[in-house]
Design a protein around this ligand. Structure first.
Ligand code: MG
Length: 381
C-alpha cells in the first residue's frame, strides 16, 4: 500500500489524483492533503480519505475547520503547513500539484524526507532545477513526471541512455486562440481564454497554454528532468492533443506516446510506475480520429515561448523571473486589469530589467521571485 500525500488536493490535478486513487482504494493510503482556500472541498476529501494531516492557506481557515475534521486528522496552515504535509504525514509518495512557485519548498521537503515525488508543479524544476535534481540524486529520491508531455517523454525514453537521444519533441495544442491572428488577440476576454479546446485544466495553466508560456515552462522542465540541452528540445503544434510528445533517437527512430487527452492517465502512471494498471480513461480510437495534424511552431505568433527558451538558456535566476512575471501578469489578466497581449509585454520587460545570478541558492531564488512579481504588478502596459 502506497502512503500518499497530495499537495494541492482541491486543484485540477489534485482532484483527478484522488479520483484515480479512489478507483483502487486497496492500493493507497492517503495520509496528507494540502489545499489553499477551498475548505469545503477539502472537508469532503478529508471525510472520504481520512488523512492524518491536512493543511490550508491561513490560520483563520485552520481555526474554521478544526472542529469539523474527523478524529485523528490534524490541521496545519501556511507555507509551513505545506512542508509539514510533505515531510511529516508519513508519506512515501508525495504528489506535488500546487500551482505556481508556492510548490518549491514543500517539494524539497518531500525529497529530503525520502519520498518519491509525483511532480505536476512545473515551477519546482523551472526555478530550482539545479537544486532539486541534485538533492533528489543525493537522497536517491525518484521524481516521476505527471505533466502529460513529460510523462510521454518519460515513457518514450524508458531507460534509454542519454547518448541515444537526438532530440525531445514536445507537442502543443496551440491553446484556446490557436486559430486567431495576432491582431485578433488584442481584444480577447478572460472567458474566451479559459475555453481550452482539448484539456480540462485550472485557470492559470489554461491561460498559459493560450500564450504558450506553459510550453515554455515545460521545455525548461524537460531540460532538467531528462538532462537534455535546449537546442535539442523542440516544440511542434499538434491540434488534436493525441500524441503527447515524442523522442527522436540517433538512429532516426521516433518513439511517441499517444492517448486521449485525459490527465488521469499520466497521473495514474506516475502513481503505479513501473506498473501499468487498467484506467477509467476512454481507449484511443485512431480509426475514428482518421488524421493527426502537425504544424511548425511559430515563435512570432507565440513570443512567450521564445522568451522562455531565452530565459532557459541564460539559466540561473532568469527562469525564475520568467515564471514569476508570467504568474503575476496572468493574475492581472484574470482580474481584468490588463489585456491578453500585455502578458507577454510584461514578461519581456521584467526579464530586460533583471541581471541574472548564476547557480542561485533557495534564498536568492525566492528573493528574485518576489522582485519579479513586484515589477510585474507595477508595470503599466
Ligand atoms: Mg502539459
Amino acid at each position: 500500500m502506497k502512503k500518499v500525500a497530495v499537495l494541492g488536493s482541491t486543484g485540477s490535478i489534485g482532484t483527478q489524483t484522488l479520483d484515480v486513487i479512489s478507483r483502487e482504494p486497496e492500493s493507497y493510503d492517503v495520509v496528507g492533503l494540502a489545499a489553499g482556500t477551498n475548505v469545503d472541498l477539502l472537508l469532503k476529501q478529508t471525510a472520504v480519505f481520512r488523512p492524518k494531516l491536512v493543511s490550508v492557506a491561513t490560520r483563520e481557515l485552520a481555526d474554521q475547520i478544526r472542529d469539523r475534521l474527523p478524529s485523528g486528522t490534524r490541521v496545519c496552515f501556511g507555507e509551513e503547513g505545506l512542508v509539514e504535509v510533505a515531510a511529516h504525514a508519513g508519506a512515501d509518495y508525495v504528489v506535488c500539484a500546487l500551482v505556481g512557485s508556492l510548490g518549491l519548498s514543500s517539494a524539497l521537503a518531500a525529497i529530503d524526507a525520502g519520498a518519491t515525488i509525483g511532480l505536476a508543479n512545473k515551477e519546482t524544476l523551472v526555478t530550482a532545477g539545479h537544486l532539486v535534481m541534485a538533492r533528489a540524486a543525493a537522497k536517491g529520491a525518484a521524481i516521476v513526471p505527471i505533466d502529460s508531455e513529460h510523462s510521454a517523454l518519460f515513457q518514450c525514453l524508458n531507460g534509454e541512455p542519454r547518448s541515444a537521444v537526438k532530440r525531445l519533441i514536445l507537442t502543443a495544442s496551440g491553446g484556446s486562440f490557436r486559430d486567431k491572428t495576432r491582431d485578433e488577440l488584442k481584444d480577447v476576454t478572460v472567458e474566451d481564454a479559459l475555453k481550452h479546446p482539448n484539456w480540462s485544466m485550472g485557470a492559470k495553466v489554461t491561460i498559459d497554454s493560450a500564450t504558450m508560456a506553459n510550453k515554455g515552462l515545460e521545455v525548461m522542465e524537460a531540460h532538467w528532468l531528462f538532462d537534455v540541452p535546449y537546442d535539442r528540445i523542440d516544440v511542434m503544434i499538434h491540434p488534436e492533443s493525441i500524441v503527447h510528445s515524442m523522442v527522436e533517437f540517433r538512429d532516426t527512430s521516433v518513439i511517441a506516446q499517444l492517448g486521449n487527452p485525459d490527465m488521469r492517465v499520466p497521473i495514474q502512471y506516475a502513481l503505479t510506475y513501473p506498473e501499468r494498471r487498467p484506467s477509467a480513461a476512454l481507449p484511443l480510437d485512431l480509426l475514428a480520429k482518421g488524421t493527426l495534424n502537425f504544424r511548425p511552431m511559430d515563435f512570432g505568433r507565440y513570443p512567450c515561448l521564445h522568451l522562455a527558451y531565452e530565459a532557459g538558456r541564460v539559466g540561473g535566476t532568469a527562469p525564475t523571473v520568467f515564471n514569476a512575471a508570467n504568474e503575476a501578469a496572468v493574475a492581472r489578466f484574470l482580474r481584468r486589469e490588463i489585456s491578453f497581449l500585455s502578458i507577454e509585454e510584461i514578461i519581456e520587460e521584467v526579464l530586460n530589467r533583471h541581471t541574472p545570478h548564476s547557480s542561485p541558492d533557495l534564498g536568492t531564488i525566492l528573493e528574485t521571485d518576489l522582485w519579479a512579481r513586484q515589477q510585474a504588478e507595477l508595470l503599466r502596459p
